[in-house]
Ligand binder design. Structure first.
Ligand SMILES: [Ca+2]
Ligand SMILES: [Ca+2]
Ligand SMILES: [Ca+2]
Ligand SMILES: [Ca+2]
Length: 181
């Protein structure tokens, strides 16, 4: 039986990916998400970073469809997403294959000064674009910064994101990623 915590986490994740809120993750949800994220970080529409993000999202949509689109209609319903994610958390290597490219591309997009880490201001912009408060961003930052150097490395970012999906512990750092559950 899936836990309530996990169900809430998966729902929140689905809502982020279903950018037009029509109940399906479809090809058209991704360019919008890529464009918003790129614009939010000041990358021009045709800049190499914006193009790389969009292409990565398209690839990740194909990954998600090939692993979750059970009825083969080219889109992933909320139920398919939940069923698919349960298979992914049971097989973290599959989770990494499906989603890591997107998380890395988001990290690169958010790292506007290109120093290879996300500082507090860069993290706050990500959370702001996700529609969360500065307070949520500060809490998440505190939990994500495992080595306490005040910045989020690529591995800290990915580890937190992964833990968000994998952990059943509401107090685990990753569980804070999308705000208090
Ligand atoms: Ca949609
Ligand atoms: Ca489907
Ligand atoms: Ca940076
Ligand atoms: Ca750190």
């Amino acid at each position: 039986m899936p836990s309530d915590l996990r169900t809430r986490k998966f729902d929140r994740f689905f809502n982020l990916l279903d950018t037009d809120g029509n109940g399906f993750i479809e090809a058209q949800d991704w360019p919008r998400a890529a464009e918003e994220l790129a614009r939010g970080f000041g990358h021009a529409e045709r800049s190499p970073r914006a193009i790389a993000l969009r292409e990565t999202y398209e690839q990740v949509h194909r990954n998600i469809c090939s692993s979750m689109d059970a009825d083969g209609d080219g889109r992933v319903s909320r139920q398919e997403f939940h069923d698919g994610l349960h298979r992914h958390v049971a097989d973290p290597a599959l989770l990494d294959r499906t989603f890591r490219p997107a998380v890395d591309a988001e990290f690169d997009t958010a790292d506007t000064d290109g120093d290879g880490v996300l500082d507090g201001a860069e993290i706050q912009r990500v959370w702001d674009l996700w529609g969360m408060t500065a307070e949520d961003a500060k809490t998440a930052m505190k939990h994500m910064d495992r080595d306490g150097d005040g910045r989020i490395s690529r591995d800290e970012y990915y580890a937190t994101w992964r833990e968000y999906l994998l952990s059943e512990d509401p107090d685990a750092p990753g569980s804070w990623m999308l705000g208090q559950l």
